[in-house]
Design a protein around this ligand. Structure first.
Ligand SMILES: [Zn+2]
Length: 481
């Protein structure tokens, strides 16, 4: 990246795709865009319908600019934009969902796929060779689709996400790193070779997408080797059992049911006599642990006790499992704060929090030739993502560190548009050459005082939306642009 600027892009906490991509595309912290994990408090998966705030492509539509939005996670279901949208994962079927709808037929001709094929249980049981082949095929087809769409549609802004990088690193990161106990030469070479493929593809996109284009390369989070899973629900069950001994019985019944893989009939009988449902209800009813997120519907004093309990948890090597525990107010701000988990846990490097495990901890045990997760992104180390900017007016060989909230305001500035005042990031002016127009152009801000975040989804309706609020903002953007 000696021809552009590069540095660390600090992710959200937790550093996971739904939260971080929503912040990258809206410039808002989770307390404003309302996405805090993969599922909400009621265990409903987040989708494009419940992301609050306007994403870059929504904002640009109102300034009469066209966007191509390709495979951005959590853009399913697709919706009307000025340009085109191909939904990113998760999608219900592994086939493209698009706006305009008939675009998907063209993508099917290309054998475009939303994601790699993984078994329901995650990164297990697929032959390594088949997995790598699948990843390469998805990556190459996506690049082909980008070039085809860029040719076919008029666009001012193109946003594409290569999610396969995440999938490949989940499998090979721990095998490619010398510090990891799972290091092996083959794993290292496989990951390096995949990076090389992506690098070649990016080189091709750079040369094909025009000399006057400013390119942003961003990752939604960093990566770290994975050694051990932690069962959060197991730990919380222990905490609750200490408070109320009868929970021990519920926990025991739940565990026996799981471990003996009891049949539907026995489960039914247990439920009928009230034992099984009690077991689950008692453990899950008031506390809903997600991916490092705890939704706690019990008295505040108990939350404090839970924090004390979890802070002290140590594993078999006698080291503390959680690096930091945050109350929601310490991480987020904005109107969606009330929907945030009450507690967000950050494990130490190498640990991945799972909702439920057969035991509290589970070590990673790779099997030769078959894929297995050896990489994750949950600790503070994984907050260190990647940023590079390259193009006309951008400084060369200069380091710029930033935060995921800074991307959207910087993109608006590069496109000659004012920044929405409500955005939580800043325009990365230090990325521009001093003499360039981008550096000299003043950073302008517009206030969306009258737009309620809650109405963002309705306002989104697309380029033909009749929302007077957002239309007036669009006009002010046009005027200032
Ligand atoms: Zn991931």
């Amino acid at each position: 990246m000696e021809h552009g600027v590069s540095g660390v892009l600090r992710s959200t906490i937790p550093p996971v795709s739904p939260v971080a991509w929503a912040s990258i595309s809206t410039g808002l912290n989770p307390g404003k865009h309302g996405v805090f994990g993969f599922v909400d408090r009621e265990h409903r998966p987040y989708s494009s319908k419940n992301i609050m705030g306007l994403a870059l492509w929504d904002l640009l539509a109102r300034a009469r600019k066209r966007s191509l939005c390709i495979n951005v996670p959590f853009t399913y279901p697709p919706y009307r934009v000025r340009g085109a949208m191909i939904s990113g994962p998760p999608c219900p079927k592994d086939e493209p969902s698009t706006y305009p709808p008939d675009l998907k037929d063209e993508l099917k001709e290309l054998s475009y796929r939303v994601d790699v094929r993984l078994p329901h249980g995650g990164y297990r049981g697929i032959r390594e060779d088949a997995f790598v082949k699948d990843c390469l095929s998805v990556t190459e087809t996506r690049a082909e689709a980008v070039l085809r769409l860029a040719e076919e549609f008029k666009w001012d802004f193109l946003f594409v996400v290569f999610t396969t990088l995440d999938r490949v690193q989940h499998v090979f990161f721990g095998r490619a790193l010398r510090e990891s106990p799972f290091y092996d030469q083959r794993g290292h070479e496989t990951l390096m070779s995949y990076y090389k493929t992506v690098d070649d593809i990016l080189g091709k996109l750079l040369s094909e997408l025009g000399d006057d284009t400013v390119f942003f390369f961003v990752s939604d989070h960093g990566f770290e080797p994975l050694y051990r899973f932690v069962g959060l629900r197991n730990l919380i069950s222990d905490f609750l059992a200490r408070k109320e001994p009868r929970r021990l019985l519920y926990n025991l019944v739940a565990r026996i049911t799981r471990e003996l893989r009891l049949t539907g009939f026995i489960k039914k009988v247990l439920s009928k006599i009230g034992l099984l449902s009690s077991a689950y209800e008692q453990v899950e009813g008031n506390v809903q642990p997600g991916l490092g997120c705890v939704y706690f519907n019990r008295p505040e004093q108990e939350l404090k006790e839970l924090i004390g309990f979890l802070t002290a948890i140590k594993d078999k090597e006698d080291v503390k499992v959680f690096e930091r525990l945050y109350l929601k107010e310490e991480l987020y701000w904005g109107p969606e704060l009330r929907k945030a988990p009450d507690l967000v846990l950050v494990p130490r490097t190498g640990y991945e929090i799972r909702s439920q495990l057969p035991n509290k901890f589970e070590d990673i045990r790779p099997v030769k030739g078959v894929i297995c997760k050896t990489g994750t992104h949950m600790s503070l180390r994984a907050l260190r993502g990647f940023l590079a900017i390259y193009g006309p007016g951008v400084r060369e060989g200069f380091r710029v560190d930033a935060c995921v909230y800074d991307i959207a305001p910087t993109v608006l500035h590069v496109l000659g548009l004012p920044v929405v005042e409500d955005m939580d990031g800043e325009v990365l002016t230090k990325a521009f050459e001093e003499s360039s127009e981008l550096a000299r152009r003043p950073v302008r801000k517009v206030r969306l005082r009258r737009v309620k975040r809650r109405s963002a989804r309705r306002a989104r309706g697309g380029c033909g939306s009749r929302s007077s609020l957002t239309e007036s903002w669009g006009r002010s953007m046009m005027r200032l642009a």
